[in-house]
Design a binder for this molecule. Structure first.
Ligand SMILES: [Zn+2]
Length: 103
């Protein structure tokens, strides 16, 4: 077992391509990792970002199934989005339960 230099997921020693992110894995893992070009965007990244904007629960689901980002990035996006939605829900509850709110 070895770690993917791009997404830090565990992959087989003999694998040439990462099962999780599709990035080519070098036989000798260099600390500088893979130099990804700016125009070299993974198609899953585009789909995931699109769904995260349009409908974040679906976007989160796609993100965790297809794993276009590293584990840390996935956690950060999930925590931020869930945090925002919970905060919004809390504000709605506080607002609707306040004495000044008229039905
Ligand atoms: Zn990978």
């Amino acid at each position: 077992m070895k770690k993917c230099t791009n997404c830090s997921e565990w992959i087989k020693e003999e694998d040439k391509y990462c099962f999780h992110c599709g990035v080519k894995v070098e036989q000798t893992l260099k600390p500088e990792g893979i130099n990804r070009k700016k125009n070299d965007i993974h198609p899953y990244e585009v789909v995931t970002v699109l769904f995260l904007i349009l409908s974040f629960p679906i976007g989160l689901l796609i993100m965790w199934i297809f794993r276009p980002f590293s584990r840390n990035t996935r956690w950060i996006i999930s925590v931020i989005l869930i945090g925002i939605s919970l905060l919004g829900l809390l504000l709605i509850i506080l607002w609707t339960s306040s004495p000044g709110y008229l039905y």
